[in-house]
Write a protein that binds this ligand. Sequence first.
Ligand code: 1CP
Length: 342
Amino acid sequence: MQKTPLYITAAQGNLTSRPPVWMMRQAGRYLPEYRELRKQYNFKQMMSTPDLATEVTLQPIRRFQMDAAILFSDILVIPESLGCKFDFIESKGPVFETPIRTVKDIENLNSDHSAQNIDYVYQAIRQLKPQLNALNTPLVGFAGAPFTVASYMIEGGSSASLKQTKLLMVQNPALLHQLLQKITVTTINYLNAQIENGVEALQLFDTWAGLLAWDDFKNLCFPYIKTIIQSLNNPNRIPITVFCKNTSAYMELLAQTGCDVISVDWTVNLPQLLKSNRSFAVQGNLDPHWLYAPHNILKDKIQLLLAETKPYQGYIFNLGHGLMPDISPDAVKCVVDTIKSS
Ligand code: 1CP
């Protein structure tokens, strides 16, 4: 029998001899082998073709041997499965054909069987399993949390201020809740299918929740995340992580969602949090800009972090947010190797 992977041991809140290490956005544009494939296929083709999604998920594992693999996909598969068409425009990001703003727009979204439309993701999971099992590396599945997903649908793409989403929040909150409810139903079915097909952990990304006031977070994010976690059919109790930006503000609420791990951004005092009496494991939280530092400085930074976070109890090394596309793969290697040789 294989040993329990370090990532799982830490996610369950237990002591590990060193922190397991993986990085958000570890599969993607900073890797030359990813960019090489991208010359032949656009992002949506890569995401929706199981062979390509499998290959890209494995690329960082082959190169750096991280302690967990994250499925190569995107949080925007949910809007698409609900019938909201979008495209990724180079240098602009996702652009939706028709933003969701009215009762009619929301009524037109069909959440009943939408998770069945995402079969290519389930197939990629089935293809990845034997390859990752051979390496004893767990596969992390994921979805966007309802508020962040809704914000892309309402804004029609990326937005720095979430103006349209906040307008809906103050002018027609019932409509916003109706949208969040539909996304929640689909997300539960989607994550249940990921579990059935073999993921060993799940992460919910509520990236843009960090732009909300505390009580708006309590009202628009907290109940939907909690409902998702509590509604999952999770017989083996695979660990569930929740990530959002501006984590310090909402920590208390995140802890009450029933998640196993909170993925914290760089605003959190990590050593202090790890020493506190907590009911959850912690993942995070290096500011990815440190990966632009000269490697001797980066190495010192990681060694200091390792000294400050000892003993490693329920702690998974990660970044405070995703790797940027212009970060050097050598910097990623420096981080992984420093942690693995500690
Ligand atoms: O090749 C390309 O041009 C595509 C770039 C890219 C990649 C590599 C996008 C478009 N998505 C992804 C993969 C992705 N996205 C993964 C799997 C790979 C990994 O993490 O290693 C995951 C987990 C996501 C999740 C995701 N997509 C989030 C939540 C996490 C986060 O980074 O905050 C969000 C907000 C998105 C939306 C998205 N996808 C892609 C773009 C350009 C955007 C918009 C980002 C923005 O609004 O700023």
